[in-house]
Design a protein around this ligand. Sequence first.
Ligand SMILES: [Zn+2]
Length: 293
Amino acid sequence: MDFLFSSPPKAPEDLPQMKYYPIFDRRWQTTVKDKEKSNQTISGGKAKSASSLRSKKMTRAKPYSRKQLFKSSDQYFLDLGQKDFDPQRCKVCNMIFSSGELVDERTHEEYHDMFINSLKYREWKNEDIAANFDDGARILRVLPSSPHFMHKKIDELYKVSDLELNINQDLKSTMKSCSAYFIYITSKRIAGFVDVVRVNAANWLVQEDPPMASTEEVPATCGVARIWIHPKFRRKGIATRLLDTVRHSFIPGEVIDKRQLAFSDPTAIGKDFAKSYTQSNKFSIYLHSHIVE
Ligand SMILES: [Zn+2]
């Protein structure tokens, strides 16, 4: 996966009394039932194809309701032995689709448009600038108290990144009073964003495969719920700039130490990033119960 972190953090009702617990434990994922229902044809590839995003109910008028998008995006790249199977990856939106297949191409077009529109940035009134960079890029902050149009944009970004991270969440259902969102703007485009929350503790990730976390708690103040960077802008230090900015402006008057950052469900590349960013072999992850409401 090319993506960094996925949310949500887990919300275990009853953390078992054991030393470690699996952080991807399915009991903690409300969406798993949907997933299992539509899982029968997964071939194990890593990228989603347009075929996999199709839904019988999908119409042109409302092609990407979140539910449809998630349900259909549970499946991965499908290779059912078609003769003319010719998958391509769109270099802009990162979707894999079969060219020459009308429905695939149409599905890709629709997603592509949504992707492009979601990442357009028109100058906001009352921008809350958290950081400015010499190359013209800047980072804006959006808080729960920010105007509705800003939340709408964040929700669009959620939608785009949901698809890539294979999760399904809207902004409203995940926003906490302690949430903050930082978006990275360059050349009137949104190149990425990060979603953070206040946490009061975290757990070490003690094993990566399968992922296990220690039940021993460690201090943490900032939980990184989600980071997403536009495919074209990856590996340019944007995630680092975003987290540096978070550390300097999330808690007023305080600079958060790198070791006080905790992550939620990192993907493979997310783990590498977390280690390189925190300059350590191990980093912590947080659960829903660690969030300071
Ligand atoms: Zn595309």
